[in-house]
Design a protein around this ligand. Structure first.
Ligand code: HEC
Ligand code: HEC
Ligand code: HEC
Ligand code: HEC
Ligand code: HEC
Ligand code: HEC
Ligand code: HEC
Length: 339
């Protein structure tokens, strides 16, 4: 009896092992079959999207386009108006690069021009339509930003015509606020958003019946204007400081509330640490004994970049000098008395 059970055990172990082995192999085979299929699906989707977008880009991605008249078999070439031109590379480099044109635009846009005029009146989705209430994007605080934009001079002065898209280009928008490659590039990128209207009277007039005020004249009080505009964003002086959770303050204030005091930035409690250098500042506070070390890497801001140790040394020297004079005076006084 004992012998047979031992024998059956001997048979059972290899049978069990080989069954497990076969199961494992077939499972991993099925997995490895699955993976490329998924990858392929993804690629297919990408190819379809690219193909669809390319059809629109044959006109909108070029400086000129051609139209064909079936009746007369005639082809004509026209320039693409610059406001309808979309930089293909910038589109695919943007945050929303995974989109088809028809994700936002009507599917009724056809591959011929001119398009049906009715389509111009179609409502476009706003940032909030897609991102509002979505926990995945909670860290961007879209709702709070919308509240701030509603209170800003632009909505107050231009009504709803002034949407998020006026500053954030729908086709090339790129989220860069949190990890910019360099502060100078970030400043240039940001200020270009404002200058699109504030240094272009045609774009400005699309929003207002009045002509655009001359910016250079309005900022004459600021010395080295060009240098300042390369180192700070317009929003540093023109928005209300918002709480830290919102990445970028959005409430643009009327001009009489703009920052004019030099010490707002040129001091150890520089406003720049709560705005432009907010993210860098969190990483490194007062490095190497410098006040606002984060700023120092990019700019020398008079008043904001004093060195802590140099401050201590200069105070010590001052105390020594005053002390020296005091002792000197006492010695002279007592020696005089003795004489
Ligand atoms: C044959 C060239 C051509 C093709 C292809 C083309 N468009 Fe256009 N599109 C134009 C021209 C020219 C204009 C500007 C004049 C006009 O509105 O007709 C324009 C204007 C537009 C406008 C702006 C309308 C407005 O509000 O003023 C949108 C949006 C648009 N096209 C989307 C698309 C989409 C999406 C596709 C792809 C499905 C596409 N177009 C394909 C030539 C083209
Ligand atoms: C993320 C959404 C989105 C996607 C994707 C998108 N668009 Fe747009 N597009 C918009 C919005 C919003 C406007 C209106 C902008 C405004 O009001 O200033 C617009 C405007 C336009 C205009 C008119 C330009 C103007 O200033 O009025 C053209 C042309 C256009 N889109 C073409 C395209 C083409 C071609 C594609 C695909 C390659 C595309 N769009 C993809 C949102 C999108
Ligand atoms: C039609 C829907 C739609 C609209 C309109 C839209 N988005 Fe998005 N957005 C998306 C989707 C989907 C993604 C994810 C894209 C991806 O990962 O490929 C995204 C991604 C983003 C991200 C990147 C998040 C990250 O993790 O880095 C930011 C920031 C963002 N959108 C901001 C905006 C802003 C600002 C606007 C308006 C100016 C806007 N979006 C309008 C659908 C939309
Ligand atoms: C007056 C111009 C302006 C308007 C209008 C505007 N924004 Fe912005 N927004 C900016 C600037 C400037 C930045 C900073 C961009 C950067 O530093 O990368 C920014 C950044 C953001 C960011 C941070 C993520 C990133 O790096 O882009 C979000 C999210 C955002 N805006 C959403 C919105 C929404 C939603 C609206 C409409 C309710 C809106 N914005 C309207 C100017 C504007
Ligand atoms: C789409 C065009 C456009 C863009 C983009 C734009 N603005 Fe404006 N801005 C205007 C118009 C138009 C007015 C006048 C509003 C009115 O009639 O009250 C204005 C008004 C202002 C004012 C108020 C001036 C006053 O008289 O009190 C300030 C400040 C300002 N903008 C700053 C900015 C800043 C900063 C940015 C970038 C973050 C920006 N703007 C982006 C068009 C624009
Ligand atoms: C150092 C702070 C500072 C910076 C940076 C700055 N501004 Fe100003 N801006 C002001 C002040 C202060 C005024 C009000 C001037 C006055 O009324 O004498 C003003 C006025 C304005 C006005 C109102 C003009 C008018 O008369 O209606 C606009 C628009 C404006 N700025 C836009 C911008 C833009 C766009 C940028 C970025 C290129 C920018 N500002 C950068 C501080 C600044
Ligand atoms: C919004 C913040 C801010 C405000 C307000 C401001 N500055 Fe500056 N300033 C800077 C920054 C940042 C630099 C560093 C520029 C650089 O990178 O060289 C600077 C540089 C300077 C420089 C050196 C210029 C150069 O070319 O290197 C002078 C002088 C100066 N500021 C004077 C002033 C005066 C005077 C005022 C008030 C009328 C003022 N600033 C207001 C941020 C500000």
């Amino acid at each position: 009896m004992l012998k047979t059970t031992k024998k059956s055990r001997f048979i059972f172990v290899p049978v069990f092992l080989s069954v497990a082995f076969v199961l494992l192999i077939s499972y991993s085979l099925s997995r490895s079959n699955e993976a490329p299929e998924k990858e392929e699906n993804k690629e297919n989707k990408e190819v379809v999207r690219h193909a669809e977008n390319t059809k629109c880009f044959t006109c909108h991605g070029e400086r000129k386009y051609t139209m064909f008249n079936k009746d007369s078999s005639e082809t004509i070439t026209r320039l693409m108006p610059s406001q309808y031109f979309i930089d293909t590379l910038a589109f695919y480099n943007g945050t929303h690069s995974s989109f088809k044109c028809s994700d936002c635009h009507s599917a009724d846009y056809e591959l011929s021009a001119p398009h049906n005029g009715e389509l111009r009146f179609e409502a476009m989705p706003s940032c909030i339509d897609c991102h509002g209430g979505d926990p995945e994007y909670a860290k961007f605080h879209f709702e709070e930003i919308e509240e701030q934009v509603k209170k800003s001079v632009h909505i107050q002065g231009c009504s709803d015509k002034f949407s998020c898209w006026r500053c954030h280009d729908p086709h090339t928008y790129k989220s860069t606020a949190q990890n910019p490659e360099s502060i100078k590039d970030l400043v240039a990128y940001n200020n270009a958003m404002c200058l699109k209207c504030h240094s272009n009277s045609v774009n400005y007039m699309l929003m207002s019946d009045e002509s655009s005020p001359n910016l250079i004249k309005q900022h004459e009080w600021l010395p080295n204007q060009a240098s300042h505009f390369k180192s700070v964003r317009c929003i540093e002086c023109h928005t209300a400081l918002s709480n830290d959770s919102v990445l970028v303050a959005h409430q643009v204030l009327p001009k009489d509330k703009a920052i004019k005091k030099c010490a707002e930035c040129h001091s150890s409690d520089s406003r720049l640490m709560h705005t432009l250098y907010k993210f860098k500042a969190k990483e490194r506070r007062n490095e190497q004994g410098f006040f606002n070390g984060a700023i120092l890497e990019e700019s020398y801001v008079i008043g904001a970049n004093r060195n802590y140790y140099l401050n201590v040394v200069s105070i010590a020297i001052f105390i020594l000098v005053v002390g020296g004079i005091f002792i000197h005076a006492i010695l002279r006084f007592t020696l005089k008395k003795k004489k």
